[in-house]
Design a protein around this ligand. Structure first.
Ligand code: ZN
Length: 269
């Protein structure tokens, strides 16, 4: 079965992971801009990172027949420094026309601080001005619910933003309905240790349905599993879900959302 990995930080993964993804049926991998695990020294570090996401990773993926797409932003973990944020945001427009860039992400909140909120608003404004899709990270700390509410309000307060062009990622049982009720898409992240296990994610699908939902591994430099999505498909099979329903969540849903960006194509360039 073919599937799409809509959220993976491949710059931190080895090339063998691309091969494993391809062997498991993955046809496209989408990489939001993220924290490197340490704070970058300045805007030059982000400039090089954006080049890596738009020039180098698509080539690494193409060796295994995989399409690689990315999202650009300054991640919430480095958003405390407003000067750095302004400098990095000024770099982004020159990359937006590149062929594998899908939009602005993963923006959002980490500790729900005032500066993080300000930088979130700056990113939403950037996306609106350049008519970009948005991918949002929600906090993993105990205040996920509060952070999700704050993010939803920022999006609602900007009248230029169309809710169906925004995906809110890392939803859990207590946030998924809020997100879907606002007309956004919702992403569930499958992690071996924190966030959703495959069993929890499929419980959520069984409770809330499969409309406007997708699954991702969000694999990065930490403990994570690039094959979490196909493993969730196995769990769905085990529970007796029909193949067509599994394909809807793993392939057709991400394709539908991402195709709102005309650059999202699954055939070879
Ligand atoms: Zn991520």
């Amino acid at each position: 079965m073919e599937y799409i990995e809509p959220h993976a930080h491949m710059v931190s993964r080895v090339t063998d992971d691309y091969e494993r993804l391809a062997l498991a049926g993955c046809v496209a991998v989408c990489e939001p801009a993220f924290w490197a695990g340490f704070d970058r020294g300045g805007p030059e570090g982000f400039h090089d990172y954006f080049r890596q996401l738009t020039e180098h990773e698509p080539k690494r993926a193409a060796r295994f027949g995989l399409r690689h797409f990315c999202w650009l932003c300054l991640n919430p973990k480095e958003a405390e420094d407003l000067t750095l944020a302004a400098e990095v945001l000024a770099l982004i427009p020159q990359f937006l026309e590149r062929p594998n860039v899908l939009g602005i992400g993963e923006i959002g909140l980490n500790k729900n601080s005032r500066n993080e909120l300000r930088v979130l608003e700056m990113h939403v404004d950037l996306a609106a001005r350049h008519n970009q899709l948005i991918l949002v990270h929600t906090p993993h700390l105990e205040d996920k619910l509060k952070g999700t509410r704050l993010i939803l309000d920022v999006l609602k307060n900007d009248r230029r933003i169309r809710p169906e062009r925004v995906i809110i990622d890392h939803v859990e049982e207590h946030t998924v309905k809020l997100v879907l009720d606002r007309g956004h898409w919702a992403g569930m992240t499958l992690y071996p240790e924190t966030k959703c296990s495959p069993a929890r994610a499929i419980d959520i699908l069984e409770t809330f349905g499969t409309e406007r939902l997708w699954l991702n591994s969000a694999c990065d430099w930490g403990v994570s599993d690039p094959l979490a999505v196909p493993k969730a498909a196995l769990e769905m099979r085990r529970r007796g879900h029909r193949l067509a329903d599994i394909e809807r969540v793993l392939y057709h849903n991400p394709r539908r959302f991402l195709s709102q960006c005309p650059k999202f194509r699954l055939s070879a360039p």
